[in-house]
Design a protein. Sequence first.
Length: 202
Amino acid sequence: MNISKRINRSEFFKNVLTLATGNVVGQAIGLLMTLVLARIYTSEDFGSFGLVMAISSGIAIIISFRYELAIMRPKEDADAYKVLILALFICTAISLVSLIVISFIVITNSHIPKWYLLVPFMSLAIGIFQIFNNWANRQKKYKRIAASRIIASSVNSTTSIGFGLLNFGGFGLFLGNFVGQVISSLNLISISTLIKNIKAIK
C-alpha cells in the first residue's frame, strides 16, 4: 500500500514538475524576447496590440461557455469527446457572432484599423487552445502541454520579430501571437486519439 502511494506521489510530482518547467521556460523565452521586441516596436504598437488582445481575451473567456472545463468530468473518453465537440461548436458560433459585431464597428468607424477585424479569429484560436489543453490534460499528455507552452512563446517571439523587421507595426505583434497560438494548439491535438474516440461514438 505504501509502495503504491509512493509511486502515485512520485508520478504526481513528476507531472507537476513537467508542467511547471514548460511554463517557466515559456515565460523565460517571452521575457528575453521582449527586450528585443522593445527595440523593434514603438509604444504605440504595444498599446494597439494590448487593446486588441484585451478584447480577444475578453471574448475568449466566454467563447465556449466554459464547456472546456467539463471535458475533465465524464468517466468515458467517448463522452468527454462529445463535450469537446460541443465546446468547439459553441466556440465557432460565438466567433462568428463576434465577427459580425466587430465588422460593423470597424466599418462604421474609419479611425479603427482594419486589422481589428481579426480579433474574433484570435478569440477562436485562444478558445480552441483552451479546449484541447483540457483534452490533453484529461489524456495526461503533460509533456505535450508543457511543450505547447514553449512552442507558443518561441513561435510568438520569433514571428513577432520577423514581422517587426518588416515594419508591420502593432499588426505584427498580433500576427506573431496568433501564429504562436495556432501552432501550439496543433501540437496539443492528437489525431490518433481523436479518431479513436470518433469510432467509439459510432
